[in-house]
Design a protein around this ligand. Structure first.
Ligand code: HEM
Length: 817
């Protein structure tokens, strides 16, 4: 078993913990192998495999540049990487992209997963790839190249002639050639759904690509057909280079599988210099998952939560009776006298080749004695048991630094994050919060769908001492709309509580209540060690938002205890209503007029033009940042947003809700959490556009051309797509474009941002879905909705709907289809 924790833990989960309880669903769109997530004629698993090759294919073995490094994301429009498959694949992987899972490791994992999902071999998966930050050289083999050029290109990649033939055959057992990308090889109308398969089983990882070729029955469009006359029959040129000797050696299914395991591993292990790959990963026999300490109210005990995941692949089902966790306290003993917890199974999950059971942990641990590590005993129904001690190390679980989730919160609409942490009083280092976060590329250049991964570290401010711990906290705004994907680490000296998911945080921070008196660990705990001891509510807070300090972004955990650091300026309670000397609501600021206190949009920002966040925020400085924009608004004391339009879902809110003072001027109001102190210059609206009313806001379109909006609709469950008439996909997709393409059809539907389907009927199993499911914006118009994965933004001809018995009223969201 690997030793826990390891740098590969997140990838281990993504790759093995696929479905069922705590499933990461990485295989969702490639299972079954013939799934066509991006539309008919597009076998998703084959697209994943091809992505691996195209990313690797620019490797130079002499200079040790390129290889599997995710540089493909910057190369999507260089002419070598045609077709939408690369884009949709990288977009899917982006859901898993983090500081612990590089895009290039995800591409390699995608090769492993697609091959496995299609019945191919288990490719050993090493990890540790690093992502390129810009495009690399060109050099992906193209069908028109000569046999000698192919040989040279693969030699540059580090592949012998034999390996070139093998790896190409292993790749071309899946998928096909598309008319959209290679109309000269597959002329329009000659394929099925615009695709011609490379062998007759284009969604099975078998050696038909070889046997059909060797027997002369192949219909592979890169061997026979129009490509021959055009000299684009690249598979023939490659396979025939050694007079078919290598191909003849692959006619045994077993040999093919083994050879493909070897050459595909070589393909994904081809990396630039500076990368050292780990040993191949394997699923843990026993793995702690999501272990977390949380200080209970009162402050004298922790709640330890998480799961022990046990691999059950080689066990008879129901084999395990329960799992016992036994821990050591901070000093290596068991001062509290009770240091174990036994759990029964809660859920089961599966991977391609594995099964797991999960045993939930939920137990209290006194803060006076704490925890340092644990071991696991798996008790079997036959009366025997197995001990797991993490290869002799015990499973480490430090209580030195703890991210305290109930007092941490994330407002996803604005990205406003507050993190509270507890640091044990014997740790002298001041903690800092590390935030690793994704932001969408502002300007999408060359179709790169992968968000930017950044990290930042912010110092935390000291709060109250509770028992042997001291609170620290900090607030920060994660701009860009992907705050839920952030990972949070609190570090003090060599102690850290790392890789906590921001998505686990609630939208509002709860107030901590506890009176355990301040102690130093090891002193025997002092007072307040009884978990049920008095838990006087110290600072009942009526607001859900943490209260802002007027001088900085720091939010102190509310407390009345005497050793609290003095608050420097205006107290939070004075924020609510202006007094003679207190804050006032300014009606005009630098030529802008106050409009109202406004909410953010639902799921979108109210103002999307530009944004700023800093600790010296004033209305004047925000207005100055927003010069030229029709609107500006301040939020959450230190944030500033500009825009020429206001999201239609932004609502007026009572002024009393815009009650936070500006971080840089406590005599002014600067909104609140999810509340904008909104100003505008209406004359700019008439100058820049004919209407003062905002025009460009993300909203549902009730009508598009001759079509009425029907609703959000699932795909069909009965063999095929909900709409079967016509399909196309494009990075410039808009609702108008889709409507136009579907002229003459009764329905059109936009899906996954960039796909368009037409049809006269809806296939069985397609059903109305909640509107919120259809949350993807159109690739060609950010202000329109274009469905989502497996969800159609569905429209129907107005004439058809009003004429038929099952009326869909114009503009209604009728579900009556
Ligand atoms: C001389 C080398 C190669 C050439 C010239 C070549 C060329 C092509 C072409 C023209 C297509 C059609 C793409 C489309 O229309 O979507 C294709 C598809 C494909 N290639 Fe290759 N290829 C080569 C080697 C490889 C290798 C080494 C692999 C992976 C190990 C690979 C994996 C694939 C896959 C999986 C598809 C199907 C994609 C789909 O269905 O969307 N190819 N290849």
């Amino acid at each position: 078993d690997p030793t826990w924790p390891a740098a590969t833990d997140e990838m281990e989960e993504i790759v093995y913990q696929l479905q069922g309880f705590k499933g990461r669903l990485f295989n969702d769109i490639i299972t079954p192998c013939n799934n066509e997530a991006a539309g008919p004629g597009r076998v998703t698993a084959s697209e994943w495999l091809r992505v691996g090759f195209h990313d690797m294919a620019t490797h130079n073995r002499v200079f040790k540049t390129g290889g599997l490094d995710a540089s493909l994301q910057f190369e999507l429009t260089n002419g070598e990487n045609t077709g939408p498959g690369h884009n949709t694949t990288l977009k899917f992987y982006s859901n898993y992209y983090s500081s612990q899972s590089s895009m290039s490791d995800l591409i390699a994992a995608g090769v492993y997963a697609s091959v496995r999902s299609c019945g191919g071999p288990i490719i050993p998966l090493r990890l540790g790839r690093k992502d390129a930050t810009s495009s690399g050289s060109t050099g992906v083999p193209q069908p028109q190249n000569s046999a000698e050029t192919f040989r040279q290109q693969f030699d540059r990649m580090g592949f012998s002639t034999e390996e070139m033939i093998q790896v190409t055959a292993c790749g071309h057992t899946l998928g096909g050639v598309h008319t959209e990308e290679f109309p000269e090889i597959v002329p329009p109308g000659t394929g099925t759904n615009g695709q011609k398969p490379l062998d007759i089983t284009d969604a099975v990882f078998d050696n038909k690509v070889v046997t059909e070729y060797v027997s002369g029955t192949t219909q592979n469009p890169l061997v026979v057909g129009p490509a021959v006359a055009l000299n684009r029959h690249s598979d023939f040129k490659v396979y025939n280079i050694d007079r078919n000797a290598t191909m003849n050696g692959l006619t045994s299914a077993e040999t093919f599988k083994n050879v493909c395991r070897t050459v595909l591993q070589k393909m994904i292990d081809t990396v630039p210099s500076g990368v050292t790959l780990t040993d191949p990963i394997a699923p843990y026999a026993v793995k702690p998952v999501d272990m977390q300490l949380t200080l209970n109210s009162g402050g004298s005990s922790f709640l330890l939560t998480g799961y022990i995941r046990v691999r059950t692949t080689n066990r008879a089902s129901g084999d395990i009776k329960n799992v016992k966790m036994t821990w050591k306290d901070r000093n290596g003993g068991c001062a509290s006298g009770s240091c174990s917890y036994t759990a029964a199974v809660q859920g089961a999950g599966t991977g391609f080749d594995d099964t797991f059971e999960f045993f939930p942990i939920s137990t209290n641990i006194p803060t006076s004695s704490g925890i340092s590590s644990f071991t696991v005993t798996v008790n079997l129904n036959d009366g025997t048991s197995e001990s797991y001690d993490n290869n002799g190390n015990s499973y480490p679980l430090s209580d030195a630094v703890i991210l305290q989730k109930p007092q941490s919160c994330l407002l996803q609409s604005s990205g406003s994050l507050t993190v509270s942490a507890l640091v044990r009083n014997d740790i002298t280092a001041t903690p800092s919060l590390g935030i690793s976060y994704l932001t969408p590329r502002g300007v999408v250049r060359n179709g790169n769908p992968v968000p930017i991964l950044s990290s930042t570290s912010v110092a935390m401010t000291k709060g109250d001492c509770i028992g042997p711990y001291t609170f620290y906290s900090v607030s920060y705004t994660i701009a860009g709309g992907l705050s839920y994907a952030a990972k949070l680490s609190v570090t003090a000296g060599s102690n850290t509580d790392s890789f906590n998911k921001a998505s686990d945080l609630a939208g509002s921070c709860a107030t901590f209540s506890g009176t355990a008196s301040c102690t130093t660990p090891g002193s025997g705990g002092g007072g307040g060690n009884d978990p049920d001891a008095s838990s006087t509510v110290v600072a009942p807070s009526s607001t859900v938002e943490p209260e802002p300090s007027s001088t900085s972004s720091i939010v102190k955990v509310p407390s009345s205890s005497t050793d609290a650091e003095p608050s420097t300026t205006a107290s939070s309670s004075s924020a609510a209503e202006p007094t003679a000397t207190g804050p006032v609501r300014k009606q005009t600021v630098a030529g802008y007029t106050r409009l109202r206190c406004a909410t953010e949009g639902s799921g979108v920002r109210a103002l999307t033009g530009a944004s700023f966040a800093y600790d010296t925020m004033t209305l004047e400085s925000c207005a100055s940042n927003c010069t030229g924009f029709i609107y500006f608004g301040t939020e959450y004391s230190r944030e500033c947003f500009c825009g020429n339009s206001l999201a239609s879902s932004s609502q007026e809110a009572p002024d009393s809700e815009c009650n936070m003072l500006c971080a840089g001027d406590p005599t002014q109001y600067c909104g609140a959490g999810n509340r904008l102190e909104l100003y505008w210059k209406p004359e700019l609206a008439t100058a820049t556009s004919s209407a003062a009313q905002p025009t460009a806001t993300l909203s549902r379109k009730e009508t598009v051309g001759d079509y009425d909006f029907v609703g959000c609709q699932t795909e069909a469950t009965e063999g095929g797509r909900a709409l079967e008439g016509k399909f196309w996909a494009d990075d410039g997709m808009t609702l108008e474009g889709c409507a136009e393409a579907c002229e003459g059809w009764e329905y059109f539907g936009a899906e996954y941002g960039r796909e368009c389907f037409c049809g006269n009927t809806l296939r069985g199993g397609s059903a109305p879905a909640p509107l919120n499911d259809c949350g993807m914006t159109c690739a060609g118009n950010q202000y329109q909705y274009c469905g989502a994965g497996n969800r159609l933004e569905l429209y129907r001809l107005a004439s058809a709907s009003s004429g038929s018995s099952s009326k869909v009223k114009r503009g209604s969201r009728g579900r009556r289809l």
